[in-house]
Design a protein. Structure first.
Length: 711
C-alpha cells in the first residue's frame, strides 16, 4: 500500500457520520457488494448477542467490494504492531480471489466500523479468520452469480482470480469485479453455501508477507496519536501526586505567573496547564507547587510477597483429579518450593497519548487505545455526552501488550478539552507511564510434586497467588493433582491488569522451574522427563520439534552447558522453548546465546508475521526474565524510566529461531502472546544448568544468582 493510500484510510473524514443503529448504518453505506458478519461464535466475544442467520442488522464486522473493485474490510479491531492489518487482509484476499494490494483495512474508527469489545488475548486472527473466510467466500459466490448473468453463461463454467471472473474454457471471456459491482448494492450474510478453499488451493494464506504498514513505519511517516496536529491545539501537562491514593491539601501556582502563554486550570484534585509548546508546558507544571496527603505504606517491592501470602485468602479450585495424599504416598521423591514474581510494566515505546477536540457538542479523539469502543463509552458515561457525539478515530498504536486496554489518558484529555473548549494533546511522560500503568500483578506460587522410581509423576499441587489460571491446565499426566488460585479484591497498591498473556508467563516460570527441579532430583534429563510424563500429543510434538531444531543432547542438569527448556500453552497455541545461556560465576551476569521456540499454532496465516511476533515476544520476555522489576513503596512508584527499568537491549538479545508445526488443515490459533510465556522458565533452567544456581524469583538478576551460588 502506498503512503498516501494508508494515510487516506487512517485519517479520512465522512461528510455524514453514520448512525450506530445497524439498519441505518447499512442504509448509509455506498454501493457495492457488502457481506456482514459477526466475529466469534454468537458474537459473545464482542459483547454482542447476534449470530448465524439473524436479522440483516446482526453484525460486528463487514467487507465491501466497491464500485472501483477495491475491497474494504471494516472492523473494530486495531493495529498496534501485532500484524493483524496484514494477516486479516491475507485471509480476505485469499478467499475473495483478489490481489493483496487491492484490500484496504479500516480499523477501530467508531463511526465507520461496527462495535468491537477490543483487541487483546491473541484473539483477532483465530476468531476473525473463520468468519471472514466465510464472508469472503460468500462475496466471491455473489460475484460469480453476477458474472454468469453478465457473460450469459452457467455459473459452474466460471472461476475467479485476481479480481476477475472468467470462463474456464475461454479465459479471455471475463469481467472484473469493478464492472460487476457498478451501480449495485447487495447486502448479505454468509449463507454457508459458498465453497471455501482447502489448503492445497491457498496462494496467499501460508505465504510470508511483510507487514503492509512496515514501509511507512520504517520511514517514520505513519501517524500515531502524538503526530496529530489540529489548528489552535494546546499541549497539556497534569500535576501528579507522589503516590496512588493521595489527596490534595493545597496548591500554589504563583511561580508560573508571568510565563508567557501558560494557562493554569484546577478542578478539585485535577490540576493542569496548557501551552502551545510541550516543553514549556512541562516546565510550567514543574513550577506548580502542591501538597498532598499520602496513604500509609503496607508493603514495598521487598515485602510484597509476604503481604500477598497473608492477604490473598480467597481460594478457588481451578483443576483437580485423584487424591493428593495418595499421590504423595506413591512418590519416591517429593519436591516442594515457592516461586516469586514482582510487578511488571508494559513499557511500550509509545506512552499513553490522546489528542482531543470538543466542538459543537461533539468530541473527536485520536487515542492510543486497544479499546476504542470501550473508551468511547467511558467518555460518554463520564461526561454525559451522547454516544453518537463521541468519535474515536482510527490510529496506529506504538505497542500495547494489554496496557492500552485501560485509557486514563483519554479520559483526562477529554476532560481538558471539554473544560477549556480547546483542542488538546496529552502525552504521558515516561514517569507518568510507569506511575499509571496497569502493571502485571506480583505473584507467589507454591508447588509440590511427587515422582516415583520410574520417573513418573504421582502428584502435583499448585497454589497460585494473584496470577490467575490462564494456561494452567495440566498437559502433564499426573493422576493426583490440584491447582488453586488465591486472590483478594483490592489487594494491590496500584492498578494491575492484562499484560501479554496475563499471568501465564508467571505461572509457567514457576511450573517449568519446578518440573526441572523434579527431573533433577529424579536424575533424569529434563526433556526426557517431560516427554515421559506428557499426556497432550500436540505439546509432545512441539517439544520434539524444539529439541530436534536445537540439537538437544540428553544430560542430567546441571551439566555446565547452560541449556534449559520450558513448555506452555496460551491462546490455543502450544509452545516449547529451549534456551542456551552463559553465566559469569564471578559477577552473576547472564548472557543469552541462543533461543529456539517451537510452536503449534495450527494454520500459520503469515509465517513472516508469526516469526517476528515470536521474536518480539521472546525479546520482551528476556526483559522480564533478567532485568525488569518495578520498585515501589506501596502507592509510590519509584521506577520512573528506562535507566531504572531495563528492557532487553541489542547486546543481550541472542540468536532466535522460530519454527512451527506444519498443520495448515487446522484452524489458526494465537501468535502474538504465546512465545513470551516460556522465556522465564527456560532462562531459569538454563542458568541452573550453566552454574548450579537455582533462582526462585524473576527477574533472575546477578545478585540473586550470586546469592544462590553461596548457598
Amino acid at each position: 500500500m502506498k503512503e498516501a493510500r494508508i494515510n487516506e484510510l487512517y485519517f479520512r473524514d465522512f461528510d455524514k457520520p453514520l448512525s450506530r443503529d445497524r439498519r441505518d448504518f447499512l442504509k448509509k453505506l455506498g454501493n457495492g457488494i457488502i457481506i456482514i458478519f459477526s466475529i466469534g461464535e454468537l458474537g459473545i466475544l464482542n459483547g454482542c448477542s447476534f449470530g448465524k442467520g439473524g436479522e440483516e442488522d446482526d453484525f460486528n464486522a463487514y467487507l465491501r467490494i466497491k464500485e472501483d473493485g477495491r475491497v474494504d474490510c471494516f472492523t473494530g479491531k486495531i493495529e498496534m504492531g501485532q500484524g493483524v492489518i496484514t494477516s486479516i487482509a491475507q485471509v480476505l484476499a485469499e478467499e475473495l480471489d483478489v490481489p493483496l494490494s487491492q484490500v484496504d483495512m479500516i480499523m477501530g474508527d467508531t463511526e465507520i466500523c461496527p462495535y468491537d469489545a477490543g483487541t487483546w488475548g491473541s484473539m483477532t486472527t483465530r476468531f476473525f479468520d473463520p468468519v471472514l473466510r466465510a464472508a469472503a467466500a460468500e462475496a466471491r459466490m455473489v460475484l460469480i452469480e453476477l458474472a454468469a448473468e453478465h457473460l450469459k453463461v452457467d455459473k459452474e463454467q466460471l472461476k475467479a482470480a485476481e479480481g476477475v471472473v472468467f470462463l474456464t474454457s475461454d479465459p479471455k471471456k471475463k469481467v472484473d469485479y469493478a464492472t460487476l459491482t457498478k451501480g449495485k448494492k447487495i447486502v448479505r450474510k454468509p449463507s454457508g453455501e459458498a465453497h471455501q478453499k482447502t489448503p492445497d488451493e491457498f496462494r496467499i494464506i501460508g505465504k510470508p508477507v511483510i507487514s503492509l504498514d512496515a514501509e511507512i513505519k520504517v520511514r517514520g511517516v505513519a501517524k500515531y496519536s502524538g503526530d496529530i496536529r489540529l489548528p489552535g491545539m494546546k499541549y497539556a501537562r497534569i500535576k501528579r501526586p507522589p503516590s496512588h491514593g493521595s489527596k490534595l491539601v493545597s496548591m500554589d501556582g504563583s511561580a508560573i505567573e508571568g510565563m508567557e502563554g501558560v494557562e493554569l486550570f484546577q478542578d478539585g484534585d485535577f490540576i493542569f496547564v496548557l501551552h502551545d509548546n510541550p516543553e514549556n508546558a512541562g516546565q510550567a507544571i514543574a513550577r506548580v507547587k502542591a501538597e498532598w496527603e499520602v496513604p500509609e505504606s503496607k508493603a514495598n517491592d521487598q515485602t510484597i510477597f509476604d503481604y500477598i501470602k497473608k492477604t490473598a485468602t480467597d481460594a478457588e479450585v481451578f483443576e483437580e483429579g485423584g487424591n493428593l495424599e495418595t499421590g504423595r504416598s506413591q512418590a519416591d521423591v517429593v519436591v516442594e518450593e515457592e516461586y516469586f514474581d514482582g510487578y511488571k510494566a508494559h513499557a511500550s515505546i509509545e506512552t499513553h497519548t490522546a489528542t482531543a477536540e470538543f466542538k459543537d457538542g461533539k468530541l473527536t479523539m485520536w487515542a492510543s487505545s486497544q479499546t476504542p469502543f470501550g473508551t468511547r463509552q467511558a467518555i460518554s458515561d463520564t461526561f454525559k455526552i451522547p454516544l453518537d457525539k463521541v468519535h474515536m478515530k482510527q490510529i496506529f498504536l506504538g505497542g500495547g501488550f494489554g496496557g492500552k486496554i485501560y485509557n486514563q489518558q483519554a479520559i483526562e484529555a477529554a476532560r481538558i478539552a471539554i473544560m477549556t473548549q480547546k483542542p488538546v494533546q496529552l502525552i504521558w511522560t515516561r514517569q507518568e507511564e510507569f506511575m499509571y500503568d496497569m502493571f502485571r500483578s506480583a505473584a507467589v506460587m507454591k508447588a509440590m510434586s511427587g515422582v516415583d522410581k520410574n520417573g513418573k509423576m504421582t502428584m502435583w499441587e499448585y497454589d497460585i497467588y494473584c496470577a490467575g489460571s490462564r494456561g494452567c491446565n495440566l498437559f502433564y499426566e499426573v493422576p493426583n493433582n490440584r491447582t488453586r488460585t488465591l486472590n483478594k479484591e483490592g489487594l494491590h497498591p496500584f492498578g494491575t491488569g492484562a499484560w501479554r498473556a496475563p499471568g501465564n508467563s508467571t505461572t509457567t516460570f514457576a511450573r517449568e522451574s519446578h518440573i526441572d527441579i523434579t527431573a533433577h532430583r529424579a536424575g533424569i534429563d529434563p526433556v526426557e522427563f517431560r516427554l515421559n510424563n506428557m499426556k497432550e500429543p500436540r505439546m509432545k510434538r512441539t517439544l520434539e520439534l524444539a529439541a530436534k531444531t536445537f540439537g538437544w543432547e540428553p544430560g542430567v542438569t546441571p551439566s555446565g552447558r547452560g541449556v534449559g527448556v520450558a513448555l506452555g500453552f496460551d491462546a490455543g497455541t502450544y509452545v516449547a522453548i529451549i534456551a542456551q545461556v552463559e553465566v559469569d560465576k564471578n559477577t552473576g551476569k547472564v548472557q543469552p546465546v541462543r533461543i529456539v521456540c517451537a510452536q503449534d499454532m495450527g494454520q500459520v496465516v503469515n509465517p513472516h508475521g508469526a516469526a517476528i511476533q515470536t521474536e518480539g515476544g521472546i525479546t520482551m520476555g528476556l526483559g522480564y526474565a533478567l532485568s525488569e522489576d518495578v520498585v515501589f513503596d506501596w502507592g509510590k512508584v519509584n521506577t520512573s524510566n528506562f535507566d531504572d527499568y531495563e528492557i532487553t537491549r541489542f547486546a543481550t538479545t541472542p540468536v532466535i529461531e522460530a519454527v512451527f508445526i506444519d498443520d495448515m488443515n487446522s484452524a489458526p490459533q494465537g501468535g502474538g502472546e504465546p512465545a513470551i510465556i516460556c522465556v522465564g522458565g527456560a532462562i531459569a533452567n538454563a542458568v541452573f544448568d550453566a552454574c548450579g544456581a537455582r533462582v526462585f524469583q524473576v527477574p533472575i538478576t546477578p545478585e540473586r544468582i550470586l546469592a544462590a551460588l553461596e548457598i
